[in-house]
Design a protein. Structure first.
Length: 699
């Protein structure tokens, strides 16, 4: 029998041995052959990055530097909920951690991961978590002391409560119904109140009633007898409203359910007569007293309601945007929506930029009995006019009405001393466009989708409030240290003045052409649908890592090209699903564009299914301005697929395309190469002119 050397990291005690033992700290798994080298557990995963979105987090990491000599590596993620405690009960640097609740969700799973990404959902709001990520291979179980893991600690954001799921009907009469419900499974904070929305089933929500209640029960009065109603409930915390419950149907009792027996009819009639007399006396006293004293406008603090028609009305306690310019005295709007801060509580550290009205600084805010926080401070320069002061504070009047994790938070204003200041939360990573350019190609697709989801969530909130942003762009999105993106800059005219090339003057002011929908440019019709168009441009900016939309094209060329149907091509390595979302946002007919609620839903599905991001769109070359001139003789106009194939003089290919429903070259250009070739069954036999390295446009 011929002898050979022992495999790596193994040895024998004497020559001619039939078995080579493993060196210290090296092992063989049960299924490993004797001829295989001895291996060891892998080192810890590297470069763990977390992306927080309200009460979920996306974890992404790199493969271990040392695989231990094996290829069967999997990853396990352990979740721990941590609290800082000391002996006296005060906060300290000591962490006490416990395993996360069993209902915390891991997508795709917590153990046996083959990829380096996992999404963790259903966490608690405003809570510290530590995640330990361990790399394992076939011999890790033999050396528990050698196992290593990478850890990352995060703090979840403020989040709206989960939907109410259990609603019960307690009591029903011909004109009222009593209901109760259970608190949401994940309140994510203290429930401030509940919004109850109900309407007749046959009305299909064209006219509905809103009621608010602080407890988990309510009685609805003034209903029609023998009528079916639909009802939805949603809870509100400091983070805003959660999602509405599923529709709950109930019916009032018919008129026959209320009858008066012959024996008690006289008693009932007397009671009714007495009630009518009391009501008449009350009305008479009310009229007399109303002549001499002011009418009280207060209502029950727990329940307030108002009927809606098709239009939007501002409800007491219901968050609906109010234009501060409708106030006769603009300072009244500022003090209604923004908190007045004492200038002594603010410490300015350094100047970080300049705006139209003054300097932009970073600093610290220390309010009584509260922890000191970092803030951004906008100041109004000296020598301002009354109009400049009003315009400067108008942004605070707008911002102060919003309360959402993906909208920049207003801390307050200083108006009673100089300089006049607007104080907001501090976003460590600055504007999204410059942040992406600084970190070109450094994020995973799922991280970019997480950022986009945050922006869409903030825009959904603004849309629900009835607010149209009009200048949604990556430069107006701010990014914090946890990669949470927040919509900011609610002063359209001021932003445009700082970048003349980004604006185009039309009747009524300036608008940012490259980000604005065609109808808004032509007719100044700004709606949530025009914001959706702008979101599509932001989506393109994010996937291109901050590239300038339409590159060096002039504003006039952009207007002409978009009007003629030109759309930006997909950025490099852009997932096909995201490019399709861009094209949906850029529909010329505004009613065909997706609502922000739909956009959030689409991005949530992508986050739950990261594999869908692996299919990339067909990237076309950057167009020159010459290509946008449709009248140019150098660019032939091909109306149909047949015209195109005839022009290419490739008859075998034309036969392959004959059964396909692509009616125009524009439609074909927006379809990925892989999809088209699959549908038409293009092969070397049917189309000798085509090679795999060729794209559809070169076929």
């Amino acid at each position: 029998m011929e002898c050979s050397k022992c495999p790596p990291h193994s040895f024998s005690h004497h020559e001619g041995s039939l078995h080579c033992g493993c060196e210290k700290n090296y092992f063989r798994a049960e299924g490993d052959p004797a001829s295989m080298a001895c291996t060891r557990p892998p080192s810890a995963p590297r470069n763990v990055i977390s992306s927080i979105n309200e009460t979920s987090v996306i974890l992404d990491w790199s493969w271990p530097e040392d695989a231990g000599g094996r290829r069967d590596i999997t990853f396990t993620v352990l979740c721990k909920r941590c609290r800082g405690v000391a002996a006296n009960g005060s906060n300290s640097g000591t962490q006490r951690c416990e395993p996360c609740r069993s209902n915390v969700r891991f997508l795709p799973r917590a153990a046996g991961l083959h990829n380096t990404t996992v999404t963790v959902g259903d966490l608690l709001a405003h809570t510290n978590y530590t995640f330990e990520i361990e790399a394992l291979n076939g011999v890790s179980s033999f050396a528990p002391k050698m196992r290593q893991y990478a850890a990352v600690t995060i703090t979840t954001n403020q989040a709206a409560p989960s939907p109410v799921t259990v609603i019960r009907k307690e009591k029903t009469s011909r004109n009222s119904v009593s209901l109760s419900w259970q608190e949401p499974e994940r309140p994510n904070g203290i429930i401030l109140d509940y919004e109850i929305k109900y309407y007749e089933k046959e009305e299909q929500e064209t006219s509905y009633t809103i009621l608010r209640a602080r407890g988990c029960n309510v009685t609805l009065n003034g209903l029609k007898s023998n009528t079916a109603y639909l009802l939805q409930i949603r809870a509100r915390t400091a983070a805003g409203y959660g999602a509405s419950s599923p529709s709950f149907q109930f019916e009032t009792s018919p008129d026959s359910a209320f009858s008066i027996s012959s024996e008690s009819s006289q008693v009932v009639l007397i009671a009714i007569s007495s009630a009518v007399a009391i009501i008449l006396l009350t009305v008479l006293l009310y009229i007399l007293i109303g002549r001499f004293c002011c009418r009280s406008k207060s209502k029950h603090p727990d329940e307030k309601r108002l009927h809606f028609g098709n239009g939007h009305l501002r409800l007491p306690g219901i968050r609906t945007y109010v234009d501060p310019h409708t106030y006769e005295d603009p300072s009244q709007a500022v003090h209604e929506f923004a908190k007045e801060l004492d200038a002594s509580c603010i410490a300015i550290d350094k100047v970080v930029g300049a705006g139209e009205f003054g300097e932009v600084c970073s600093g610290r805010l220390k309010l009584p009995s509260k922890k000191e926080i970092c803030v951004a401070i906008k100041t109004l320069k000296g020598g301002y006019t009354d109009k400049q002061r009003r315009d400067f504070l108008a942004e605070a009047s707008i911002m102060g009405q919003f309360d959402h994790p993906n909208i920049i938070r207003l801390e307050g204003v200083v108006t009673r001393s100089k300089p006049v200041m607007i104080v907001t939360e501090y976003m460590e990573n600055g504007s999204l466009d410059s942040f992406l350019r600084k970190h070109d190609a450094q994020f995973t697709g799922i991280q970019l989708v997480g950022m986009l989801r945050g922006i869409a969530s903030g825009m959904k909130y603004l849309s629900d409030m009835g607010y149209v942003h009009r200048d949604l762009a990556a430069r107006n999105i701010l990014v914090n240290s946890n990669l949470v993106c927040k919509v900011s800059d609610f002063g359209l005219s001021r932003v445009l003045e700082d970048d003349p090339e980004a604006a185009y003057t039309t009747r009524g002011g300036k608008i940012p052409i490259r980000w604005t929908a065609p109808e808004a440019i032509a007719y100044r019709k700004f709606t949530s649908a025009s914001d959706a168009w702008s979101y599509g441009i932001v989506l393109w900016e994010v996937m291109s890592y901050g590239e300038r939309p339409y590159w060096e094209m002039s504003n006039q060329d952009v207007i002409k090209a978009v009007d003629e149907g030109y759309r930006l091509p997909p950025p490099m390595d852009c997932p096909a699903t995201l490019y399709q979302l861009m094209l949906d946002c850029w529909q010329k007919e505004r009613n065909n564009r997706p609502k922000f609620e739909q956009i959030v839903s689409i991005l949530d599905k992508l986050i739950r299914n990261p594999g869908s991001l692996k299919i990339t769109a067909n990237t076309t070359s950057r167009p020159a301005n010459l290509l946008l001139d449709r009248s140019s003789s150098e660019v032939p106009s091909m109306g149909t697929m047949g015209d195109w194939m005839d022009g290419m003089r490739t008859l075998p290919c034309k036969e392959a395309f004959s059964g396909v429903s692509y009616s125009s070259c524009d439609t074909l250009a927006k379809t990925s190469t892989e999809v088209v070739l699959t549908e038409v069954h293009v092969t070397p036999a049917t189309c000798p002119e085509w090679e795999p390295s060729m794209g559809i446009t070169t076929l």
